[in-house]
Design a protein around this ligand. Structure first.
Ligand SMILES: [Zn+2]
Length: 224
């Protein structure tokens, strides 16, 4: 019998654009536990002069995705690091059912008990509105939204005064629809899986960032 480590070990999941990255960053600031975003980890590891780092770098340079094996090794190395001793928020992993099974197995081996898998639920139409409306300042990168976060003065960046803005090319209806379909096919099957294992919690992700964050604190029993 392995000893269960104390801390807060959670997975944030949900469709692309549901706000899990933003919520994970807020929770990290509040609790000090690690935010392990798969995208950020990939960029970080690909810079390292290790066998895994070199493999990741080569795959990314060829324009390929990292394999399941690489991603799992990366997550495991990161979870083993000292700064994750009191907890982590996984964001972007597990992305598939096989990855979910491997994560459960890995946690068992390490004697870590996942507190929960938190699904942030947002209807597809709202996700579409959130993503299609976003743009950023070309000079400083500050993010804005047509509806939810307009600059104080029309056409002028609040941060740097810049007047040129751009939208990301992949923030278009077809690309977002494809990402949502991919999510349904690949990642969604992990939701009933975690539910069967008694780990699933859901939160309504349609409110403001602060409102959703408040609900997450309640679910995770975080006292401020
Ligand atoms: Zn700016």
């Amino acid at each position: 019998m392995t000893k269960t480590k104390d801390g807060l070990f959670v997975v944030f999941t949900g469709a692309p654009g549901c706000g899990k990255g933003t919520q994970a960053r807020i929770l990290k600031e509040r609790t000090g536990i690690c935010h392990l975003s798969t995208g950020e980890m990939l960029r970080e590891f690909a810079k390292q002069n290790t066998p895994l780092g070199q493999e990741l770098k080569a795959a990314l340079e060829r324009g390929e995705f990292a394999t399941d094996e690489m991603i799992i090794e990366m997550v495991e190395q990161r979870i083993d690091a000292e700064d994750c001793r009191h907890g982590f928020i996984l964001d972007g992993f597990p992305r598939t059912l096989p990855q979910a099974e491997i994560l459960e197995h890995m946690m068992k081996e390490k004697g870590i008990k996942l507190n929960c898998v938190l699904e942030i639920q947002v209807p597809d139409e709202i996700i579409m509105e959130r993503i299609l409306g976003r743009y950023s300042c070309m000079k400083c990168g500050a993010g804005y939204h047509d509806k939810f976060q307009k600059p104080k003065v029309y056409g002028v960046c609040d941060v740097c005064g810049g007047t040129e803005f751009a939208r990301r090319q992949d923030d278009n209806r077809t690309t977002v629809q494809n990402r949502l379909i991919n999510y349904r096919l690949l990642t969604y099957p992990t939701i009933p899986y975690f539910e069967r294992h008694g780990l699933l919690k859901t939160v309504d992700g349609t409110g403001t960032i602060d409102a959703v964050s408040g609900k997450i604190n309640e679910i995770l029993n975080i006292k401020l």
